[in-house]
Design a protein around this ligand. Structure first.
Ligand SMILES: [Zn+2]
Length: 279
C-alpha cells in the first residue's frame, strides 16, 4: 500500500485527516492527525514534531481560523506538534491533562514538554462551526487519555485502534481502567471510530465487545499459566504470545504486567521478586 503521507484526505463532511511520516511497529503507517470543521477547524492529535507534517497541516488548514489544537494523550507520536502549530496559528492547546506522574519510571515515549492552555474534563466541549466536540475520558492506555465525540463520530486516539490492540503498560497504563473505558464505549452509540492509527472502525460496539473479550481471554490465560507454577514475565510472554514479532516483546511484557498488577489488586495473584503465582 502507498500510504497517503502529507495528503489531505476528506473522510467525511467536516472531518479530514493528514498522515504523518512516523511509521513503526507501534504506529502502523504513522499518526493520523484529524481536522474537524469546515469554515474553522480544530486539529486533533497534531502528531510528531516533523517539519513535513507541520507543513502539510498548515496547507490543510489553508488559512482558516484554528479554534483549538486538541491532544488525546501525550505520547510522543501525538502531542509534540502542538507547540509549533500553536506558534504558527496562535490557536490554544485544549485537551488532555499533562501527565500526573513526573516522568520518572516512565518510558521515553512520553511528551513531558506538553503544555495545554486549557484542560478538558469528561463532558467538556469545544465548539467548531457551532457544533460541539465533546471530551470522553478514557484512561487506561495512558492515565490522561481522552476520546473526542463529534456528532455520532468518535475520535478514539490510541484507546481503540483499527489495526492492533492497544498497548497498556504500567505504571501510567492501567488495565482495570482500560477495561472500564472500553466498557464505557460499549454503552455509547457512536456510528464510527476514527483512531490515530489504522483504518476507521465501522462496527464500533461489535469491535469493542471483541476487544473486551480478547482481554478477558488473555487474563484467563495468564491466570492459568501462573496457576500451573510460578513464572516471570518473559516466561509468560513466551507462552502466551507464540511467534510474536521480536519488536513487540517489550510491549507484550508491559501488557502482561498490566494484567498481573490488576490481578494482584484483586487478590488473585501474588508476586515474589520477579515471580508471579496464582493465590
Ligand atoms: Zn499512545
Amino acid at each position: 500500500m502507498d500510504a497517503p503521507y502529507a495528503r489531505l484526505e476528506q473522510v467525511e463532511t467536516g472531518i479530514a485527516r493528514v498522515l504523518a511520516h512516523n511509521p513503526s511497529a507501534f504506529t502502523y503507517y504513522g499518526t493520523q492527525t484529524y481536522l474537524i470543521g469546515e469554515r474553522e477547524v480544530a486539529v486533533v492529535d497534531p502528531g510528531p514534531n516533523l517539519p513535513h507534517h507541520l507543513e502539510a497541516l498548515l496547507n490543510a488548514i489553508a488559512g482558516r481560523p484554528v479554534t483549538a489544537i486538541m491532544c488525546t494523550h501525550t505520547h510522543r507520536d501525538h502531542s509534540p506538534a502542538s507547540r509549533p502549530l500553536t506558534e504558527a496559528t496562535g490557536a490554544p492547546i485544549i485537551g488532555c491533562a499533562p501527565l500526573a506522574m513526573d516522568g520518572t519510571g516512565l518510558e521515553a515515549g512520553f511528551d513531558s514538554d506538553y503544555a495545554p492552555n486549557h484542560v478538558l474534563a469528561d463532558g467538556d466541549e469545544v465548539a467548531v462551526d457551532g457544533k460541539p466536540i465533546v471530551a470522553v475520558a478514557t484512561p487506561g492506555h495512558t492515565s490522561n487519555h481522552l476520546c473526542f465525540a463529534y456528532g455520532d463520530v468518535l475520535l478514539t486516539g490510541d484507546h481503540v485502534m483499527g489495526w492492533s490492540t492497544t498497548v497498556v503498560v504500567p505504571p501510567d497504563g492501567d488495565m482495570a481502567e482500560y477495561m472500564h473505558s472500553l466498557d464505557r464505549l460499549r454503552r455509547r452509540e457512536d456510528r464510527i471510530y476514527y483512531p490515530a492509527h489504522g483504518p476507521a472502525v465501522t462496527n464500533p460496539r461489535q469491535y469493542v465487545r471483541h476487544l473486551l473479550g480478547h482481554r478477558m481471554q488473555r487474563e484467563k490465560q495468564i491466570l492459568r499459566l501462573v496457576g500451573e507454577q510460578s513464572r516471570d514475565i518473559p516466561d509468560i510472554v513466551a507462552k502466551a504470545y507464540p511467534g510474536l514479532d521480536p519488536r513487540l516483546v517489550a510491549a507484550a511484557g508491559g501488557s502482561v504486567l498490566a494484567h498481573l498488577v490488576d490481578l494482584e489488586r484483586r487478590g488473585l495473584v501474588e508476586r515474589r521478586e520477579q515471580q508471579w503465582t496464582a493465590v
